[in-house]
Design a protein. Structure first.
Length: 469
């Protein structure tokens, strides 16, 4: 005989089932909570690991700042650092992060005296409120940057107009430029270089000119390069209308700092408008052996006797004191002559116009250097013009000026390297990049040559002793 279940029995069964479900749900919730907590901890560790990398790079930047201040002979470059021999140390503390976490970065600089290229090692430490300490170690090696690693460099636009302009290269360490392609003494190469840092379409306009070498453009694709039907980018075997895209670099960027004239006391000259030779007979050099002159302006025109001559074997610095407008002008048959073994550095924020017979530099281009002192963002403009048959053998650094080359004949050539805000090349101008200038690093800032995160115990052991203070 089957007996019906009592209601109390049914209720008991439901209660057992409910309790079992509650237990299962509770266990599941605990598991989910544990998973969530684990994910949160992992996220925190990843966040602080990234923060530790950023903190280590903060220490590297502090060391780079001090190193490049030392390049500029700043007496306070290593203030607050501990130094011994050729090395320096510093601990940067007081960094605060979320959830009561703190951080510091210890930095070691080997060869801070700059006798050889420095090496920087940074050890960052972040101490979370909970969990193990997080550390990141980074080592960077440095090298001097050359401002003239390329021939023609414009921060903004670089424009060739006409069909006769050209760019190639030579190496002054091997002698004078020699365009005789069949000769045994040839010193001409298809390694010329020109670049525009602008990201605008057609910011590098080549027209029908020839680049025997390489081109760099700021755009991410080739839209920044505009080449006419007969233009060339390539080697000496390239025919008209050829673009060798293996010689075209995209995403090119520029980072050129303002420059200022040296402050060493010197002689004052109101204006140079006739035959002048420097240094003068009774002038004496500064302690560094260089002759310094503050000149209001240079204005030479007329016959060939009106020359500014830098005498053989002497180093001269001319600071043009006219702040803007026409400050340096050469026309007619006049010229500036830098004789054998001499050198001239000219600093100016005013306009410069070189025509006539131009700059006759009997030495390598490095022996005549023009440095624009016009600061970025300052009022007004500055122009540097090389026109007619004016020849220039020089290094030109004018990152905030507009440079125009307008060659009108066989001698309208430029040898050396040019940095400018914008560059315009017209007519028959021929530009010959001096590859020796890629090694011109005196007085230039250091840049990063190598970056390595030290992750193994063996790598860290090499620097543990100097980063345990």
């Amino acid at each position: 005989m089957i007996r019906p279940c009592s209601r109390s029995g049914q209720r008991g069964s439901l209660l057992v089932v409910a309790m079992l479900l509650t237990i299962v749900i509770g266990i599941s919730l605990v598991s989910y909570i544990n998973i969530g907590q684990t994910n949160l901890n992992v996220s925190h560790r990843a966040f602080y690991a990234n923060a530790a990398i950023n903190l280590a790079e903060t220490g590297l930047e502090q060391a780079m700042w001090s190193i490049n201040k030392a390049v500029d002979a700043d007496p306070n470059a290593w203030t607050d650092w501990t130094t011994s021999g050729a090395n320096a140390w510093r601990n940067f503390t007081g960094f605060q992060f979320d959830a009561n976490s703190t951080g510091n970065v210890r930095v070691y600089v080997r060869n801070y005296s700059l006798a050889v290229a420095p090496v920087i090692v940074a050890r960052s430490t972040i101490t979370p409120a909970q969990g193990a300490v997080i550390e990141k170690w980074i080592r960077v090696s440095l090298s001097k940057r050359s401002l003239f690693a390329n021939g023609l460099v414009a921060k903004d636009t670089l424009t060739f107009s006409g069909g006769n302009a050209s760019v190639d290269s030579y190496d002054s360490r091997l002698g004078s430029y020699d365009a005789n392609l069949g000769g045994g003494n040839r010193n001409r190469y298809d390694r010329g270089s020109a670049g525009s840092g602008s990201v605008a379409v057609n910011s590098f306009s080549l027209s029908n000119s020839d680049i025997w070498g390489y081109v760099s453009i700021g755009t991410a694709d080739y839209s920044g390069l505009d080449v006419g039907p007969n233009g060339i980018v390539g080697d000496f075997t390239a025919s008209a209308g050829t673009i060798d895209y293996s010689r075209v670099t995209t995403d090119f960027t520029t980072n050129f700092e303002d420059t200022s004239a040296p402050t060493t006391a010197g002689y004052s000259i109101a204006t140079i408008n006739g035959a002048t030779a420097l240094p003068r007979v009774l002038d004496t050099p500064a302690a560094d052996g260089v002759y310094y002159y503050d000149v209001g302006s240079i204005s030479l025109s007329g016959n060939a006797s009106k020359q500014l001559v830098i005498n053989s074997g002497f180093d001269v610095v001319i600071r043009i004191t006219t702040p803007s407008g026409a400050g340096v002008s050469l026309g007619g048959q006049t010229s500036i002559q830098v004789l054998n073994g001499g050198s001239l550095q000219m600093y100016a924020s005013c306009d410069v116009s070189i025509s006539g017979r131009g700059i006759a530099n009997a030495n390598d281009p490095e022996a005549f250097q023009f440095w624009s002192t016009k600061a970025a963002g300052s009022a007004g403009t500055q122009s540097v013009s090389i026109s007619g048959n004016g020849q220039l053998s020089a290094v030109v650094y004018a990152p905030n000026a507009d440079v125009t080359m307008n060659g009108g004949g066989a001698s309208g050539s430029v040898y050396g390297a040019i940095v400018a805000d914008s560059i315009t090349v017209t007519g028959g101008s021929a530009f010959h990049y001096d590859e020796a200038l890629s090694d011109m690093t005196d007085g230039n800032p250091f840049g990063i040559a190598g970056w390595t995160e030290l992750t193994s115990a063996a790598d860290r052991t090499l620097y543990a002793g100097v980063l345990s203070f």
